[in-house]
Design a protein around this ligand. Structure first.
Ligand code: GDP
Length: 366
């Protein structure tokens, strides 16, 4: 599963959010599968309302959503890149994630300790950004040292190009900006791939507000939103305390009542997970049989054999062809048989690029 890391300064509500995620993950696990991982890691279902519709139509024995792994990366503080606290270790943990959820405090509460004085979401964000940028600069300087001289004297065109890209990132970081905002091209990205830079990772900002501002946001989340917009980044407003409360509720009726009281349509957590999924540019395809209806995660642009490989590597190796229906057709005509009759069940080969929502049935050699 793809991994998303929660980062932020101390006391901004990271653990509260992570606990909400992991409590709901535990509730899900008891339904059909159990998975033990580290205490700061949780495998959670990605909510997808299409599964509800497919369940109605297929009436399977079970329904299995696709999952995402969430990791709580505590301990980032000012000076982390210089080895403050356990800073360096935590920065290393960020290297392993595919995307970042950056939690920022947008609530006032004199009982919750804060080292940096008055609440200031923009400067909080910049403190964390700065640490990540310094760490990236460190990686970049190492690489420049390694290839710089070679590229300048007698290196081939490829190496010169690589150095150009790396130096472009360096200059950018020195302006206090994140590499992801540089929007490197497909040709440029391989030049930095070996460094696993931190600021290139897709990032979602979570403005953690108080209960009263959960629907409206507040002056803090508004200033943060402006910064996120300027970066072209996504931000969502959440009240982590409320999410923690919701995750504790086992009875669906209690939950429904709570949602009504608070004027909520769904848990903010669901929105968060969906946003993380979108952020990673992930797509979903389905397999639908009477045994199970299941969602599978693939990346944008994957071919049918690659998609089959998510289920089992044998499926990829022995791939022959796939029978494909779109979600829209399947729900319109109501069954595989009906799709077949109207010619909406296609046979696709090795080159087929799987689309979000495709219902796939693979044929393969073992
Ligand atoms: P972390 O250090 O970032 O993991 O922060 P925690 O999740 O441990 O939260 C620190 C404190 O802030 C705890 O006492 C939480 O109950 C409190 N807290 C978290 N979210 C909110 C919120 O939305 N409003 C208020 N008033 N307190 C919150």
């Amino acid at each position: 599963a793809l991994k998303v890391g929660i980062v932020g300064l101390p006391n901004v509500g990271k653990s509260t959010l992570f606990n909400a995620v992991s409590t709901s993950a535990k509730a899900q696990a008891s339904n059909y599968r159990f998975c033990t991982i580290e205490p700061n890691e949780a495998l959670v279902d990605v909510p997808d309302e299409r599964l509800v519709k497919l369940e109605e139509l297929v009436n399977p024995n079970k329904v299995i959503p696709t999952q995402i792994e969430v990791v709580d990366i505590a301990g980032l503080v000012k000076g982390a890149s210089q080895g403050e606290g356990l800073g360096n270790k935590f920065l290393g943990n960020i290297r392993e994630v595919d995307a970042i959820i950056h939690v920022i405090r947008c609530f006032e509460d004199e009982n919750v300790l804060r080292d940096e004085g008055a609440i200031n979401p923009v400067s909080d964000k910049e403190i964390i950004d700065y640490e990540l940028q310094l760490k990236d600069l460190e990686s970049i300087e190492k690489k420049v040292k390694r290839i710089g001289k070679m590229a300048r004297v007698g290196g081939d065109a490829k190496m010169k190009f690589e150095l150009d890209v790396v130096e472009k990132c360096e200059a950018w970081l020195k302006q206090g900006k994140n590499v992801r905002e540089l929007e490197l091209s497909k040709e440029e990205l391989p030049a930095i791939a070996d460094m696993f830079l931190l600021t290139v990772k897709p990032t979602l900002y979570v403005a953690n507000v108080d209960e009263a501002s959960m629907h409206t946001g507040n002056k803090f989340s508004e200033t943060l939103q402006k910064v996120a917009d300027a970066e072209g980044a996504q931000m969502i407003v959440l009240c982590n305390n409320i999410e923690a409360d919701i995750s504790e509720m086992e009875d669906p009726d209690d939950k429904a009542m709570f949602f009504e009281d608070y004027g909520m349509k769904e848990a903010g957590l669901d929105k968060l997970l969906r946003s993380a999924y979108t952020l990673l540019n992930l797509k979903t395809y389905f397999t639908a049989g009477v045994q199970e209806v299941r969602a599978w995660t693939i990346q944008e642009g994957w071919t049918a054999p690659q998609a089959a490989g998510v289920i089992h590597t044998d499926f990829e190796r022995g791939f022959i062809k796939a029978e494909v229906m779109s979600y829209a057709d399947f729900t319109k005509y109501g069954s595989e048989q009906a799709c077949r009759e109207v010619g909406r069940l296609r046979i696709e080969g090795k080159e087929y690029i799987v689309k979000d929502g495709d219902l796939m049935h693979f044929r393969f050699n073992v």
